[in-house]
Design a protein around this ligand. Structure first.
Ligand SMILES: Nc1nc2c(ncn2[C@@H]2O[C@H](COP(=O)(O)OP(=O)(O)OP(=O)(O)O)[C@@H](O)[C@H]2O)c(=O)[nH]1
Ligand SMILES: [Mg+2]
Length: 404
């Protein structure tokens, strides 16, 4: 058996060819060299490709979106906040509308009427030396052509004659048109009386008028305006004569997040109106707007239908309708005057809505109708957008009519 003495073992170990200290001497520089190579390679070859700034911006935007989405999701999942209904675009437009931009649209809408009234007169006043009957005759003619009606034209001429005839110098067109503007404002006698809001329960507004004048569109625009004023509204599709009429009102309802009470085409309008009033009461809304048909076969039929609607809704709400508004299209001129006359014989009107003042030279018809019937002009329309229908303010109208 082989046995090693401690001396032999010590000798063997001391003669081992690899010395542990010599390993260390080689290892250290090798590590340093490897690190140096890695550092050089990283600097030269392993640079990350540069992302163009546009892409960086896009990535940031995407991240932002994702973060917002995640935040919204987290927010919704708590269920602690009530769900907010989006504010309809039409309502936003009205809220964002300024007095200046409304006046610009009104002036723009009435530009044809203004030209009709004043373009030739301005020149005439500039060229004449005396304020005489010839001038007044011309003025009367222009007022008449703008559909203000004979009564208004007569009244205006007599006011101007009284004011300027005795004067030594010829009045300027600016002075004369200012006097006409003041007269128009005085014809209306200030802003119309406030709406007939009931002490409690919904205010029911019945909207009537012949076909195509803008009833349904005006109801949509009014809804947007009432909603922008913080009121709750319900719509009632009382024009059951055509399916398209029900559909048209439903589109406004969808656009404005407002419920439309409707039945099938051909249903009894009075029963739809009854359901509308019932629903308005049950839901506690502020305003119910009832659309009606404009294209019935005869005046007698229309009268029967409107009388029935009134009778039936009064079973549910005795003082309804609180307001009955006739819509007239200003482009119809004297025909619109005839329509007011015909409807006053059918129903008791509490207000008028005059549409399409844009695109007509007959914008003076408002004055003519007021002089004849003394029915408050509630709203005027100067375009197709919701913000294009607004309360009628006589001074705004007169300004737009005479100030160039
Ligand atoms: N330019 C202009 N167009 C308007 C105005 N008001 C309404 N209109 C347009 O007039 C047309 C007829 O409007 P409607 O609201 O359908 O008329 P309606 O009285 O309900 O007609 P019926 O349901 O057929 O009796 C539509 O094309 C409207 O966009 C306005 O103030 N200006
Ligand atoms: Mg309609």
């Amino acid at each position: 058996m082989l046995t090693w003495s401690s001396e032999q073992l010590a000798q063997t170990l001391s003669t081992t060819p690899v010395d542990s200290n010599s390993w260390l001497i080689y290892l250290l520089p090798l590590c340093l060299l490897a690190l140096l190579i890695l550092f050089i390679l990283q600097k030269t070859h392993w640079k990350r490709p540069k992302i163009p700034p546009t892409e960086v911006a896009a990535i940031r935007a995407e991240n932002e979106k994702l973060a917002q989405k995640a935040e919204a999701h987290a927010h919704n999942s708590t269920h602690t906040e009530p769900v907010k209904v989006a504010v309809a675009h039409d309502v936003q437009d009205i809220l964002a509308d300024s007095e200046t931009s409304w006046m610009a649209r009104l002036r723009d809408g009435l530009s044809k009427t203004r030209t009709q009234l004043s373009s030739s007169l301005g020149q005439l006043f500039g060229s004449k030396k005396v304020f005489n009957d010839e001038l007044l005759e011309e003025l009367h003619e222009n007022l008449y052509r703008s559909d203000m009606g004979v009564e208004t034209a007569d009244r205006m001429v007599s006011v101007l004659r009284k004011k300027f005839s005795g004067e030594a110098s010829m009045p300027s067109w600016a002075d004369v048109s200012r006097a006409m503007k003041d007269e128009v404002v005085s014809i209306f006698g200030g802003a119309p009386a406030p709406l007939n809001y009931p002490a409690s329960g919904p205010m029911v507004i019945l909207v009537v008028g012949v076909n195509g004048v803008g009833k349904t569109t005006s109801i949509g625009k009014l809804t947007a305006r009432f909603v922008s004023e913080g009121k709750s509204v319900l719509l009632c599709a009382g024009d059951t004569f055509r399916a398209a009429a029900i559909e048209q009102l439903s589109v406004w309802g969808d656009r404005l997040n407002v419920t439309v009470i409707k039945h099938q085409q051909g249903a009894d309008p009075a029963s739809v109106a009854f359901d509308g009033v019932k629903a308005a009461k049950a839901r506690g809304v502020d305003i119910l707007l009832i659309d009606t048909a404009g294209r019935l076969h005869s005046k007698a039929e229309l009268m029967d239908e409107l009388a029935k609607i009134k009778r039936v809704i009064q079973k549910e709400l005795p003082e309804a309708p609180h307001e009955t508004w006739l819509v007239i299209d200003s482009t119809n001129g004297q025909n619109a005057v005839q329509q007011v006359k015909a409807f006053t014989e059918l129903v008791q009107l509490s207000g008028l809505i005059v549409t399409k003042l844009d695109g007509t030279a007959k914008g003076g018809v408002i004055v003519g109708i007021h002089t004849k019937f003394h029915i408050p002009i509630r709203y005027i329309g100067v375009g197709e957008k919701a913000a294009d229908l607004k309360e009628f303010i006589p001074s705004e109208y007169a300004d737009s009519l005479f100030t160039s």
